[in-house]
Write a protein that binds this ligand. Structure first.
Ligand SMILES: [Zn+2]
Ligand SMILES: [Zn+2]
Length: 228
């Protein structure tokens, strides 16, 4: 499998099938400026760059890498993108500390038997909702704690279609990396109110239309019901 367009200049450029078994799903937005959502575990960096070129896009236009949370399968490639293209690393401040400190436990790097060097985070999100602008497109970052304290979900509206990037909203949950199920349930309720048309998930692919997005989130709310 190769990289592919999901919709309207939004691409899947990496995943266990496309790049490396250790990778999360890696999404690329071409908004005039290029924005990556998550960066994979690290070993696939060169392949991701090639995939961007194969799509006819210029990696030099990479403006930002938005990291949905601090786990190694999402952040491992980020230092190389930052170094090569000078792109800004954007993430929630609660998950930034382990990244800046190279914390092997909170980044789950030790769990994956990988190492992660400390990396500066250029933009630390602190609000429940932050609106960023790339090219002429507004991109919204929502704080959706649960999987980790600083997990975020990202969405944008494009041509009447709402696209939601909800990496690892399925979990897993562990005290090891500061999961909080009660916070997660509230986060999922917040995501349901978005009524997104497309969900780009971190490990299980792309879900659409709206009914399937809702069903996906409700399925996990069902599994991790209160008292379960
Ligand atoms: Zn994770
Ligand atoms: Zn993950």
């Amino acid at each position: 499998m190769g990289p592919r367009e999901i919709t309207q200049n939004i691409y899947l450029v990496g995943s266990p099938d496309i790049t490396d078994p250790g990778d999360c799903a890696i999404y690329l937005l071409d908004l005039g400026e290029l924005v990556l959502i998550d960066a994979g575990a690290g070993a696939s960096y060169d392949e991701i760059v090639l995939n961007i070129e194969h799509l006819g896009l210029d990696p030099a236009k990479l403006k930002a890498v938005i990291l949905t949370h601090c786990h190694i399968d999402h952040i491992g490639g980020a230092p190389r993108f930052r170094e090569a293209f000078g792109c800004q690393i954007i993430m929630h401040h609660l998950d930034a500390a382990p990244v800046e400190g190279g914390d092997g436990r909170m980044t789950a790097a030790s769990w994956y038997n990988l190492s992660f060097p400390p990396m500066p985070v250029d933009v630390k999100l602190t609000k429940d909702e932050e609106r960023l602008r790339f090219g002429d497109q507004e991109v919204v970052c929502l704080h959706t704690p649960g999987h980790t304290p600083g997990s975020i979900s990202v969405y944008l509206d494009r041509g009447g279609v709402r696209i939601l990037f909800g990496q690892d909203i399925h979990g897993p949950f562990s005290e090891e990396f500061g999961s909080d199920l009660a916070a997660w349930r509230r986060s999922m309720e917040k995501l349901l109110t978005l009524e997104a048309d497309i969900l780009c998930e971190g490990h299980f692919g792309v879900f659409q239309p709206k009914e399937n997005v809702t069903a996906y989130i409700r399925h996990y709310l069902d599994i991790y019901r209160e008292g379960s």
